[in-house]
Design a protein around this ligand. Sequence first.
Ligand code: FO1
Ligand code: CA
Length: 323
Amino acid sequence: MLAGGVGGSRFTQGVRRAYGDADITVIGNTADDITLHGLRICPDLDTLMYTLGGGGDTERGWGRVDESWRAVEELRAYGADNTWFGLGDRDLGTHLFRTQLLAAGVPLSEVTRRLCARWWAHDPALRLLPMSDDPVETWVDVPDPEAAEGRRAVHFQEYWVRLRAEPEALAVTRVGIEEARPAPGVEEALAGAELVLVGPSNPVVSIGPILAVPGIRAALRSTSAPVLGFAGILHGAPVLGMAHRLLPAIGVEVDAGAVGRHYGSRAGGSDGVLDAWVMDTGDETSVGAVEAAGLRALVDDLVMSSPDATAAFVRRAVERVAA
Ligand code: FO1
Ligand code: CA
């Protein structure tokens, strides 16, 4: 599977519920990673790890359950920068451990394996791989009348957490993506898979960067497994998050069918990555346009109201594509 953070975690919970004994490799987005207070933070990997490990705050959707915020209060009291980012005291332990290992030269994929060994011990058939061991960061250009060119770039986390995705996103840049290589195991997992699922995560800042790591698109295009994508845009609005604020910056309409066409079909001469695209029943009117793009279009109720509900729509889609 390819997945981002909050939506990707809910989706993964459903997939695990649907296929209780399958070997599942989650290829997680690392393009919204950030270094703050000297610590390397990987929000999407951590959200997946905590949520599937039962240690996540289900209401907030990210971070640890039973969290406290004393360390960040102390940082604020010192007048430290970047205290808009909520680093919980328990969560800090994860970032300290990760940063320490990275500084010692341990690659992120190995660090992630060690972190998940704690959280996913109950489910050894579930594996989390970062899309890449190489650092990639997403920066967003926002209007700034005082800046030289009328705009300035902020880290994606600042755009989302501090600015609440309110300013118009003029452009999205992925720093480091050209030099990034797929993490060990990523291409092998795609090549050896029986089924590849592209989760309903943000097409611009979650799935987009994974596909943009040189080599991953080719691995998706050449796998013998069916590649099935799920829309995270339902009736013109994201099921979670801020995709509606970012899709215009990459010239894609905020519409499930448009996102499916953006990912594209593996058939034909383009560089698409999907065989089938699953949209919500409310987006049935997009079926024609998706099929015209060479994709098999499916519709179902895609609201991830519970792991059972998610498991049900995943199973139905897989059965239809395998049939
Ligand atoms: N999201 C917020 O809205 N506010 C925060 O202060 C915040 C802190 C945070 C800390 C660790 C972590 O793993 C995730 C955190 N998130 C926070 C979530 C994160 O910004 C987003 O879920 C994604 O990166 C966007 O998909
Ligand atoms: Ca994310």
